[in-house]
Design a protein around this ligand. Structure first.
Ligand SMILES: Cc1cc2nc3c(=O)[nH]c(=O)nc-3n(C[C@H](O)[C@H](O)[C@H](O)COP(=O)(O)O)c2cc1C
Ligand SMILES: Nc1ncnc2c1ncn2[C@@H]1O[C@H](COP(=O)(O)OP(=O)(O)OP(=O)(O)O)[C@@H](O)[C@H]1O
Length: 308
């Protein structure tokens, strides 16, 4: 997939079908919008693209330091590749774009580059203070064809980034996975901890996130783990390690089952599959160890591994 960061000002080399939106999460609603574009492009033998913005419009408009995203930049690229998108076009979201009238946006980013087909969702808004709605796009049928994806819902609730973020904050991974159509993923690098895990028989890989992700609720999770291109299962604790000494900074650490290797500095990918329990402060290290052994059995049975 080609990633283009630019102001589209002139005609594109080849006709494009584009999906428009920020697309944080790339959940099932976003996937419906994007799949339509990929299918349209295949059928008409043109290239498919996602047209998005950077930085996050919310971050720019509300002057947030860190946006905390479900799919930060690299993660978004990875999922878009899997969806078969040919190009990712990133428009710089700046003062000029924030103030651009909706009709000027259409002229500059859709008509001038000769975009052939546009796909959006039912509630897409664009232009100054979100004044432009999909009905406005429909007025330009002589320039581009338009597809509007109806609302995708899960049990009558809109599938959306805000909803997924609140389910992550509650530890409701079932809803998160259903809305995303895949497990929630964190990616980072293994850094050294205080080496206490090893001493209590549960060495852990401490994760330093590679991008600004939304962190799920503190607690213990059954996770799928990918490291050095191989797949494992594990149990991940997100929290403050209160039994030892309450750490103010949240730490994300994973005990990988049936694994013993030095992976400091390696990339680690965690897929969050099930919420097992809250983090607790135990009265002794022995009690914590007993609980960890119990958690390990739970993880084995969750993933239907032979109990050992
Ligand atoms: C699956 C799992 C669950 C854990 N649950 C708790 C917990 O409930 N309470 C707690 O204080 N620490 C918990 N821990 C954290 C251990 O205290 C931690 O592994 C130990 O402090 C080692 O930290 P280190 O890697 O910084 O050396 C858990 C760790 C793992 C891997
Ligand atoms: N549940 C959904 N069903 C159909 N289309 C959707 C759904 N959620 C978002 N879309 C569409 O996907 C495109 C990209 O969405 P974008 O991220 O810009 O905005 P959004 O509506 O705020 O998404 P979200 O609700 O996930 O935050 C838009 O065209 C939007 O209308």
């Amino acid at each position: 997939m080609k990633v283009i960061e630019l102001n589209l000002t002139k005609k594109m080399d080849q006709p494009l079908a584009v999906a428009l939106g920020y697309f944080d999460g790339l959940h099932l609603g976003h996937q419906a919008v994007i799949k339509e574009v990929v299918d349209y492009a295949k059928k008409h033998q043109i290239r498919s693209a996602v047209m998005t913005f950077s930085p996050n419009p919310n971050q720019f408009l509300n002057k947030l330091n860190s946006p905390h995203l479900l799919t930060p930049h690299q993660e978004k690229i990875r999922v878009l590749k899997e969806l078969g998108v040919d190009e990712l076009i990133i428009l710089p979201f700046n003062e000029e774009l924030a103030k651009m009238r909706a009709t000027d946006f259409i002229q500059r980013y859709l008509i001038e580059p000769s975009i052939a087909h546009v796909s959006t969702g039912f509630d897409f808004r664009f232009g100054y203070r979100g004044e432009g709605e999909v009905t406005l796009l429909a007025n330009y049928s002589k320039h581009f064809s338009l597809n509007v994806t109806p609302k995708c819902e899960l049990n009558e609730e809109k599938i959306g980034a805000t909803e997924i973020k609140s389910y992550l904050a509650e530890g409701n991974l079932e809803k998160v996975t259903q809305m995303l159509g895949r497990p929630y993923r964190l990616r980072g690098v293994v850094v050294s901890g205080k080496q206490r895990g090893r001493q209590i028989g549960f060495p852990t890989a401490n994760l330093k996130l590679s991008e600004d992700y939304v962190i799920p609720k503190c607690g213990v999770y059954a996770v799928k783990v990918e490291v050095r291109g191989r797949h494992y299962v594990g149990m991940c604790n997100i929290g403050h390690n209160p039994t030892f000494n309450f750490n103010h900074q949240i730490c994300i650490e994973t005990y990988i089952l049936d694994f013993d290797a030095d992976i400091y500095g390696e990339e680690l990918i965690l897929d969050f599959c099930a919420y097992l329990r809250d983090e607790q402060r135990f009265s002794s290290i022995e009690k914590l160890m007993e609980q960890l052994a119990f958690d390990r059995q739970l993880v084995r049975s969750y993933f239907k591994l032979d109990l050992q």
